[in-house]
Ligand binder design. Sequence first.
Ligand code: ZN
Length: 217
Amino acid sequence: MINICIHGIGTPSKSVPAAEAAYWIGIDTFRRVLDQVAERTEVRLSFDDGNTSDVDVALPELVDRGRVADFFVIAGRLGHTGSLSADDLHRLRRARMGVGSHGMHHRVWRRLSPAEQHEELVVARRRLEEVLGEPVRSAACPLGRYDRATLAALRRLHYTRVYTSDRALARPGTWRQARFSIRAADTADDVAAWLRHGDRYAVRLADSARTFVKGLR
Ligand SMILES: [Zn+2]
């Protein structure tokens, strides 16, 4: 399967840091990507950073198309200008969307001190759980980066799924899920190329399964 990650949609406001603005895509690109994945249940969409475009743009388009997605929210920005509010998280859940943690401060989850790790993986999740009134079990690594110690901590804390940005295909059901992040410079055609890559992989898997069955005969 293939995970596609989207950040902001539309024109980023001035409050969006330049490093994040580099991941914002136009509404037309977003709609074309949705069209491309319309019939493809092996494609899972996720939205990082908790920008208000999640509910202003993405949510209605997803609902229109009968699609669900996961939204990874930066707990420390909840309710800030340009970021999702507590009410927005409820709106997402009412529409059957998944909500996961993207940490507290959008800093890289590498070489965290024990105090930083606690804030990013424990306190941030608890803040989201308090808003939602239900457990939060999934996380997406900020900026896609992580190290062995962070993964071990996420396991210890019983996160059931962790999303990276490793630009690779993912096996359904595995704990660590690689994703392709769309950048501002990417077009819907680039996304189509990723999807074709996924098709070739599926064909190879099917071929090797057939070869295996032949071997048993
Ligand atoms: Zn992020």
